[in-house]
Write a protein that binds this ligand. Sequence first.
Ligand SMILES: Nc1nc2c(ncn2[C@@H]2O[C@H](COP(=O)(O)OP(=O)(O)O)[C@@H](O)[C@H]2O)c(=O)[nH]1
Ligand SMILES: [Mg+2]
Length: 393
Amino acid sequence: MQYFTIQAKSHREAIDKMRMQHGENGKILTYRNIRLGGFLGMFSKDGVEITGYVSEKTNPKNNIQTEKMKVLETAKKEQTLNYILKELKELKYGIGKSMGTQQQDPPAIKTVKEILTENDFSLEYIQKITDKIRNKFSIMELETTNKIHSDLIDWIAASISIYDVDEKTEKKPKIMTVIGPTGVGKTTTVAKLAALYGLENNGKKPLSVRIITIDNYRIGAKQQIETYGDIMRIPVSFAETPSDLKKLIALYNDVDIILIDTIGKSQKDYKKLAEMKELLASCGNNTSTILAVSATTKYKDLEEILQQYEPFKYVSIIITKLDETSQIGNIISIAAEKKKSISFVTDGQKVPQDIEKASIMSFLMKLEGLHINRELLEKKYGKREKVLNEVWS
Ligand SMILES: Nc1nc2c(ncn2[C@@H]2O[C@H](COP(=O)(O)OP(=O)(O)O)[C@@H](O)[C@H]2O)c(=O)[nH]1
Ligand SMILES: [Mg+2]
């Protein structure tokens, strides 16, 4: 039981003080008149003193009153309040998570999940990004997306790895082999690449380029690449066996670039894939194999394709058909998770202009639902490189 003693100038004031401190639960036990203040018995005044105790019986109405009083008391202790506020600000959602407590997503996390899902990012990717956000930002900051927006873009940008084919100085001739599933646009891309390197472009001196195709299986395939070769005046040859391929490469020993277009086989056709691998093995070590995948492919299928082509030891990826989709999260996710770099992107059927060297910006510009400040981001990540002017269409 809690007891109290209250002194005041009058009975009324003593009761008021007691109500202030203890609400309706203050009960009076004794009452007496006293002298208050003064100095050596002089100048003192009449007063009263009450003693009493705090009843533990609670009355809901009074309780609210008491609570209010308590809050006001605490509010006065500003220092304490500021301290609590500071602690709260620094409290991260990640902490609660690591303690295994279930909690609702704060607004910013919810929004980010929605945006990334809309863009077709994988669950694993979304999880990684939201973990980063939780660990960096406080509960207060996660009330809106304002604070996290630019970090989100930076993290996405950081997850994209670009492969610059031209930076790698290999000895001549440089052999680029394009592999990948049927219909993704390998042949079209080889024609675009041939133009990119073999035609005069933006004042750059054209390189000597040769095309070899080992796609002799499909009717019309031969004609398709030959037509491109004719228009660009770039020689096209055909190889059916490893020895054909070896002979051709030896023949082109002084050119700058040899582009090899390959058979488009389903990634499920293991036998054909193995045959092709054997054939390509005769190209030697100076080959940079590039896997072409279409941006329109589902994440799950991309996973399987990347896996099936793993034995070819491709060094980079070309993303085709970027024009056919507005969601590119699938591509960014799979490349990030499998640690693959992207060398080119193609965004249309027109040969040769619908190709560009992959750049961070070419992906960021396609993200939906994020505020992309192009100028600012270009300063950070460089411009997109539209490599070809319209030579012909
Ligand atoms: N929209 C679009 N279509 C493309 C692109 N690249 C290739 N294609 C088309 O995809 C189809 C298959 O292309 P092809 O080069 O024959 O594919 P391959 O079987 O891998 O050699 C053709 O109709 C091409 O015009 C691209 O970037 N965007
Ligand atoms: Mg083809």
